[in-house]
Design a protein around this ligand. Structure first.
Ligand SMILES: C[S@@+](CC[C@H](N)C(=O)[O-])C[C@H]1O[C@@H](n2cnc3c(N)ncnc32)[C@H](O)[C@@H]1O
Length: 247
């Protein structure tokens, strides 16, 4: 396969909130598959010759099914095209990214992700208030307003939650103990993502019960702790420490 797919975060709408990497990917793409929420001002960064397909819903027209989007994306990459899959906000929040990444991998198509500014960050900026005001909020909850049928989903338990912990290293053991006491399973996957997006980026992954040991393997760089199903079976590099086995 000579083509490739890049999932590109288009940000909340203002083209000034695109990343440099997103602009470069748009200028490089042969084909752009975009959602309805992606603004025309963002699409204007694409080359004139690039083909653009709207694959989201708009104006009551029937939208392409997720399967059709994946088939189109993979098919174009297999023809040697550089495909930019442009999604509103950040592709990794409520954007069906896992399905699209899996489809590419299954077809042997190289796939990468460029994060974007999520709507939440733009909303906080719009109201001029921190989402984690000192003394008012130490947790931010991101949930979906509706399920596949349009109904309000049930409150998610631990098995349907991704927990993201900022500044996790000093208290990882206590944090894990708290979650275990709240009913999280000891074998719940966890991953410290160290120096994300930087050259020294790495992942230290294992089980919730071993969080304190894993934290020690993170070194001095900044790290985020991810807890939940997404931390399972990560494609781990050589620097990765797996808890409980290789010490
Ligand atoms: C399918 S979700 C995708 C979220 C996106 N991946 C992100 O990170 O922002 C679409 C929802 O995001 C919210 N959204 C997207 N852009 C927005 C904006 N500019 N202002 C407010 N809400 C926005 C709306 O609630 C919209 O229904």
């Amino acid at each position: 396969v000579s083509g490739s797919v890049v999932l590109v975060g288009a940000g909340p709408g203002d083209p000034d909130l695109l990343t440099l990497a997103a602009v470069r990917a748009l200028q490089d793409a042969d084909v752009i598959l975009h959602d309805d929420l992606v603004s025309d001002a963002v699409l204007a960064f694409a080359r004139n010759e690039a083909r653009k397909f709207l694959v989201g819903k708009r104006g009551g027209r029937p939208s392409a099914s997720q399967r059709e989007i994946e088939a189109l994306m993979v098919g174009l990459a297999r023809q040697g095209k550089k495909v930019a899959r442009l999604k509103g906000g950040d592709p990794m929040l409520f954007g069906r990214a896992d399905e699209e990444i899996a489809a590419c991998r299954a077809a042997g198509v190289p796939v990468t992700v460029i994060p974007g500014i999520t709507a939440m960050s733009a909303a906080a900026a719009a109201i001029g208030r921190s989402l984690t005001g000192r003394g008012t909020a130490r947790k931010v909850e991101i949930v979906t307003g509706h399920d596949r049928t349009g109904a309000l989903p049930d409150e998610a338990g631990p098995e349907l939650t991704t927990r993201v912990v900022y500044m996790p290293k000093g208290s990882a053991g206590e944090h894990a103990a708290l979650l275990l006491s709240e009913g999280w399973a000891p074998e719940t996957p966890v991953a410290f993502v160290v120096a994300a997006s930087r050259p020294e980026q790495r992942v230290v992954a294992g089980a919730l019960v071993d969080a304190a040991i894993l934290a020690q393997a993170c070194g001095d760089e900044p790290a985020l702790l991810l807890v939940g199903a997404l931390a399972k079976e990560l494609s781990l590099d050589a620097t990765t420490v797996r808890s409980g086995t290789d010490g």
